[in-house]
Structures are given as C-alpha cells and as structure tokens.
Design a protein around this ligand. Structure first.
Ligand code: TUI
Length: 316
C-alpha cells in the first residue's frame, strides 16, 4: 500500500495515474495500469462516443479495479462522451485542455469523481469551487498540449490555493519524481511518457523506439503561434512545423492543417515523416519497455526508499 487522500478517493492501491493520451490510451493499457494498482484511463479523443463506449465495456471485462475516462474538451465529441460516461456508469473522469464546468453538475449527480487537468493555480481553485474531487496540475514538461508553468513552480503554488488533493503531472517518470511531487505538495502523480513504453501500450513500435532513444533535449513545442502548444519529439515533421510557424508567409490555416491527424499517424502508423510523436521532457529517462506492473512497482519501491532516506541530504 501507499495510501494518500488520492488513493482513498479513487479507490486505488498506489497514487499513480496513467495519462489519458489521445490515440494511445485504450482499454488494454488502462486495465493493465488498474490491475497493477494504479488508475488506468481511456482517452476519448481518438474516436467518437461509440469507440469510447466499446472501450469502457472492454475495460470492465479486463479489470475489476477502478478505471477512468479522460475527456479532451477541445474534441468535437466532448459533449457526447460526457454523456457516455454517465450512461456506462464510469466512476472517475479526468478532463484536459479546457474547463469542464458545463458538465460538472451532471457528472456529480451521477456520482462521478471528477479530476480536471489544469495548468495554473487559478484554474485549480476554480475546479475546487465547482466540485472537483482532486485536481491534476500539469507542468509544461509534459508531452502533448501544455500550459506555461513548470511542475516545480506550479505544484506548490496550487497547493497553497486549494484544499482538495493535488495530482502532479509533467516531468515525472520514476520514484524520484514521485518523491519530489510529494514534497512539493502533491498526493499523487500522473504519468504519460513512461506508460508509452508499457508492454500493454499498443502504439506503433517506431513510437516506443523514439521515446527509448530520446535524450533530455529531444522534445520541442509546436503550435504556440496558433494557440495550441504541443510538446513532441524532434522529428523531420516537428522541425518543419516550427519552421513554418516562424515564417510570416505561412498562414495560420496552413499551420493548423499541418497538425491535423499527425498524432494518429505517429501512434497508429508510426509514420516517421508526417507523425507528431508527443512525449514529455522526461523521455530521456525512459529506457526500456516493461509491463505496467513492473513500471508501477519499480516507482513505488524507489519512492518509498527515497522518502525514508530523505534525511541523509541534511548532514547536520
Ligand atoms: O490535454 C492535455 N494534453 C493533450 S490533449 C492532446 S490532443 C491535441 N492534439 C492536437 C492539438 C491539441 C491537442 C494532446 N495532449 N493535457 C491536459 C492539459 N490541460 N494541459 C493543459 C491543460 C489546460 C489548459 C488550459 C487545461 C485548462 C486550460 O484552461 C483554459 C481555459 O479554458 O480557461
């Protein structure tokens, strides 16, 4: 056990949540993480409400442990999926890339524990006010769509603004990250990049390979100009994207067009030229494929050891 308010609220053994990665987080990955004692999430961005419903039903077959659904609020299907989670009796919902306020009342009435992802302490406080069970605060080290603040700056500032438990995300991939997050004021962590290389993660082998080979400086942020900053691995595609973003001759529409579908091309096709391989700055630390259970157990035992021995850092 590694009990915190987060494990108690979510009904899980360890305070480790798997990121709801679009086009990536399906029933297979979510159930593996949940079976290992963490919280697995199914991402809803990938397809429409029918796909999500099917994945929820599949996850119910694959695990008897709690799992959740992540709703990407910029998705054209967000409102439909918001309804599907109620119909299917999902117990935990996380949201990203916006405010879930329009759906909160219905979800709370349905008994759903809502954990929004936010990128500022102001929004964290707002989420508490509208009934969030926990808040996931995500620093800009994270992969995918990001805000401006780093995890190091964001977690303690959010801690001072809310009473509900904080789950830290962005730049966390091992026991040191978990221990550090606790010291900053979090009571759980969410990890995406580390779970990209889980054996149960069905992304294309090229994607896993790129994450495993990445070093600390191998991610960049695309999409700042069009207001959708996305952290991904440096590839011919992302370098070209940045070049076009920096070019005055290139219209915003052309830039938006370039990004459309690129995540699917990376995750499903492993397309090295046109794919957008989203990953966090911590990718350099991720060095091998392991089962979700191996990942979680390694992180928990390492964090436990670090926390117990923490006083060694002060000589006197
Ligand atoms: O949502 C994510 N990460 C994502 S979503 C995604 S799919 C996508 N693909 C192409 C372009 C854009 C997205 C890939 N990665 N993380 C959670 C997250 N939420 N990070 C930051 C935020 C956030 C940002 C602003 C949450 C709320 C927010 O509020 C703004 C507002 O509406 O006030």
């Amino acid at each position: 056990m590694f009990s915190t308010r987060v494990t108690e609220i979510l009904g899980i053994k360890y305070p480790i949540i798997q990121g709801g990665m679009a086009w990536i987080a399906d029933a297979r990955l979510a159930s593996a993480v949940s079976n290992a004692g963490g919280l697995g999430l199914i991402a809803s961005m990938s397809a429409g409400p029918d796909w999500v419903r099917e994945q929820i039903r599949m996850a119910k077959q694959l695990t008897d442990k709690p799992f959740g659904v992540n709703i990407m609020l910029m998705s054209p299907y967000a409102a439909d999926v918001a309804q599907v989670v109620i119909e299917e009796g999902v117990k935990i919902v996380t949201t990203g890339a916006g405010s879930p306020s329009a759906y909160m009342k219905d979800w709370i009435i349905a008994g759903i524990k809502v954990c929004p992802v936010v990128a500022s302490s102001t929004l964290a406080a707002m989420m508490e006010k509208i009934g969030a069970a926990c808040v996931i605060v995500e620093g800009s080290e994270a992969g995918g769509h990001i805000g401006d603040l780093t995890t190091m700056a964001l977690v303690p500032q959010a801690r001072d603004k809310v009473s509900i438990p904080i789950i830290a995300a962005g730049g966390i991939a091992d026991g040191r990250g978990l221990a550090a997050a606790f010291i900053l004021g979090a009571e759980g962590v969410q990890m995406g990049t580390r779970f990209l290389v889980a054996k149960e993660c069905s992304i294309h082998p090229n994607y896993k390979d790129k994450v495993i080979r990445a070093k600390d400086t191998d991610t960049i942020v695309t999409g700042r100009r069009v207001g959708h900053p996305v952290r991904c691995l440096k590839t011919p595609f992302s370098r070209e994207y940045i070049k076009k973003e920096n070019s005055l001759e290139c219209a915003n529409e052309e830039i938006e067009q370039l990004g459309a579908g690129a995540l699917r091309l990376a995750a499903v096709e492993g397309d090295e030229d046109k794919g957008c391989f989203m990953a966090g700055q911590i990718a350099g630390l991720v060095s091998k494929e392991q089962t979700a259970q191996e990942i979680i157990e390694e992180i928990i035992s390492s964090a436990r050891e670090i926390i117990v021995k923490a006083e060694k850092w002060i000589k006197k």
